[in-house]
Design a protein around this ligand. Structure first.
Ligand code: PLP
Length: 393
């Protein structure tokens, strides 16, 4: 079948692919431990479920405004005010079907053919594909492990061309878990202002920060940077609501208006009931968010110590999100594999532990382990990896 050029080169999401493979093995009766998932393992908090039920029973099951319910936008605006001290009007916010869809819509309205978007590596798998789908060109800047996988203002400056339209900052980062400090963001922001670059600030892991770290949005540094930034966020990771598909973008009114027009011809609106659930997520108690954060932090601390004890692994301790991103090239070589991709495949085959190879994130020497699963399973997974190493070394 002849398919459009723009999708023929599209690679499927490696994280979703590994999760699907693990589920397939599980369905076939294998005792698989999946560390590929990018979603919290907790159920959505009860008061949010109740709000959804109430919305359904009250008949809120119809189309909503394309850019989202006014009351949800108000709740989101309040969240920005409380958390970042940022003021957004309702016409500066669009609610989409997940943060992924907010990003997709943004690139569609922002890019013309050949426009460049700077993407720091390691990156979340969907950024390059979404940029390409909008006929843009992803331009990579390597975040070196020695700099906690973060890019420097000098690197950014050296990468800007007259075609550069935007730069993506994802802090806390998927897959590395690293956080940009206020000072680092200030320095990067200066380069963006100098070259009039739009900053796409993906803050979906904002609430998951550890060790007393604080999330800073680049938009809160100065009014000029706020003008220049589109913040992407959502309830998926913070409120364990991945399946509800509610995310949003906030920033320049003209961009938001174009995104809303596009949404009116593509999705019409995000699911009505999920929007009501999200209002409860923001207006209700934030206690469950903190309880989940603490559980993730406990797992991180236990898992990190166990992981660095595995031969051939080196790992920077993450400060946020729910992933560990160790360098595993030495572990692969010690066990006779040429690269980490093959090593990951062998671990799934022989030990039934699903990891995500770093190649999908633009970092082929690394591997991503999600700790969004129970401690018991996490500990068993590390035991299996150690068992694999013992048998092959
Ligand atoms: N941005 C990053 C960095 C992510 O890791 C994810 C989900 O994995 C998303 C955005 C998308 O989130 P949502 O579920 O709201 O579409």
């Amino acid at each position: 079948m002849k398919l459009a050029k723009r999708v023929s080169a599209l690679t499927p999401s490696s994280t979703l692919a590994i999760t699907a493979k693990a589920k397939e093995l599980k369905a076939a009766g294998h005792d698989v431990i999946g560390l590929g998932a990018g979603e919290p393992d907790f159920n959505t908090p009860a008061h949010i479920l109740e709000a959804a039920e109430k919305a359904m029973n009250e008949g809120h099951t119809k189309y909503t405004p394309s850019g989202g319910l006014a009351s949800l936008k108000t709740a989101i605006a309040q969240k920005f005010k409380d958390d970042q001290g940022l003021e957004y009007k309702s016409n500066e916010i669009i609610v989409c079907s997940g943060a992924k869809h907010a990003l997709y819509t943004l690139f569609q309205v922002l890019l013309d053919e050949g426009d460049e978007v700077i993407i720091p590596t390691p990156y979340w798998v969907s950024y390059p594909e979404q940029v390409k789908l909008a006929q843009g060109v992803p331009v990579y800047v390597e975040g070196f492990e020695s700099n906690q996988f973060k890019i420097t203002p000098e690197q950014l400056e050296a990468t800007v061309t007259n075609k550069t339209r935007a730069v993506i900052i994802n802090s806390p980062s998927n897959p590395t878990g690293m956080i940009y400090s206020r000072e680092e963001l200030e320095a990067i922001g200066e380069v963006c202002l100098k070259h009039d670059l739009l900053i796409v600030s993906d803050e979906i892991y904002e609430k998951l920060v550890y060790g007393g770290e604080k999330h800073v949005s680049i938009a809160e540094i100065s009014p000029q940077l706020k003008e220049q930034t589109i913040i992407i966020n959502g309830v998926s990771k913070s409120h364990s609501m991945t399946g509800w598909r509610i995310g949003y973008a906030a920033g320049n009114e003209e961009i938001i208006k174009a995104m809303t027009n596009l949404a009116s011809h593509s999705t019409s609106n995000p699911t009505s009931v999920a929007q009501y659930a999200s209002i409860a997520a923001y207006n209700g108690t934030q206690e469950p968010v903190e309880i989940m954060r603490q559980a993730f932090e406990e797992r991180l601390n236990i898992m990190y110590d166990k992981l660095v004890a595995v031969p051939g692994f080196t790992c920077i301790k993450p400060q946020g999100a729910f992933y560990l991103f160790p360098n595993a090239i030495e572990a692969a070589r010690l066990t006779g594999f040429e690269n980490v991709d093959q090593w990951v495949e062998a671990i799934l085959e022989e030990e039934k532990v699903a990891l995500v190879p770093g190649s999908g994130f633009g970092s082929p020497e690394n591997v991503r382990l999600s700790y969004a699963t129970s401690l018991d399973l996490l500990e068993r997974a590390i035991d299996r990896i150690s068992h694999f190493m013992d048998r092959h070394m």
